[in-house]
Design a protein around this ligand. Structure first.
Ligand SMILES: O=P(O)(O)OC[C@H]1O[C@@H](O)[C@H](O)[C@@H](O)[C@@H]1O
Length: 303
């Protein structure tokens, strides 16, 4: 059980970091500093809101999202680990792994000299995780709330044998309208098209999304920009320790079949994900660690 009073005693920072039961029974960390406000649900280490002070929320949340133990939150930044997508051999196991379906512990909260807030969470292997995945591991999530939001998933192999994992920081971005945005930074990249199961190369300078799209851009570590002219903002999506950039929007028909999305939900979000999967799993020998980061913010305006 998560004890909010105990968390408050140990980890709150007056006027900056607090704990609250938002959205039914789930416990959230609320952050407010001179740069931005953010909400982080301890269930899934799931960031549900990041609002730089000069902008509306960069993250999109489904108004129909479930907020209950056993179900994934729809929107924000789901954490996919230790596998991305469906489980390779057992379809009973949850899509995108179990990390988003478990409560994470709070390790620390702090303010750095620049006035940014640093939250550290962790999830260790246990009997519960071993019911899904046999390995001993430590997952540490560091979230830095500043002018940009930096989320880093560090996995350490704490077992005596090597293992492979796949993962993603599966960010949902809030848009004026899917048909009004373009995504820059993907030209020339090879992608795996999950809908046709074929590879393609993006020829266009800017990606426009006119229908359902699931593309995994392979062997790329460069940032992309979501240009949203109607919202008059350009979201910079950078990353580290990720070889695949996934772009997902379900489009109208599949969206209507997803229970925690309204029929027109697809119109106002796009997922751009810092992924390691397909030919790029992460291999960890005993004692080794690996970090994957998503770095999200508004592109500086040049006048
Ligand atoms: O509904 P979920 O499990 O959160 O997954 C959402 C989507 O996540 C994307 O990353 C996958 O490529 C899609 O196939 C999937 O539908």
């Amino acid at each position: 059980m998560v004890d909010i009073d105990e968390l408050d005693d140990k980890f709150s920072i007056e006027g900056e970091v607090g704990f609250a039961e938002l959205e039914e029974d789930l416990v959230f960390i609320t952050v407010s500093n001179k740069y931005a406000d953010a909400d982080i649900c301890l269930y899934g280490a799931h960031i549900t809101s990041f609002r730089p002070h000069n902008s509306m929320d960069l993250l999109w949340m489904s108004p129909d999202s479930c907020f209950e133990v056993g179900k994934a939150i729809r929107g924000g930044i789901p954490v996919c680990f230790p596998w991305f997508g469906p489980h390779k051999t057992d379809e009973e196991k949850p899509q995108h792994g179990f990390a988003r379906l478990m409560y994470w512990d709070v390790l620390s909260t702090a303010t750095n000299p620049a006035g940014e807030t640093i939250i550290k969470l962790e999830l260790n292997s246990s009997e519960e995780t071993k019911a899904y995945w046999a390995h001993d591991f430590r997952a540490e999530m560091t979230i830095v709330v500043g002018k940009t939001l930096v989320e880093t998933l560090k996995i350490t192999n704490t077992s005596a044998v090597s293992f492979d994992y796949t993962c993603a920081l599966h960010t949902y971005y809030s848009l004026s309208a899917i048909e009004s945005i373009t995504i820059e930074g993907l030209k020339g990249l090879t992608y795996y098209n999950q809908l046709t199961r074929e590879n393609g190369v993006q020829e266009e300078e800017k990606l426009e999304i006119t229908d359902g799209l699931t593309r995994h851009y392979l062997n790329t570590e460069t940032p992309v920009i979501i240009d949203d002219s109607a919202f008059r903002r350009r979201i910079k999506v950078d990353k580290k320790g990720s070889k695949v950039t996934t772009v997902w929007n379900p489009g109208a028909e599949p969206c209507a079949k997803i229970g925690d999305l309204s029929d027109d939900g697809y119109e106002t979000f796009v997922c751009v994900e810092a992924t390691n999967a397909f030919d790029y799993p992460i291999h960890l020998a005993p004692g080794e660690s690996f970090e994957t980061s998503a770095i999200i913010g508004l592109e500086e305006k040049i006048f």
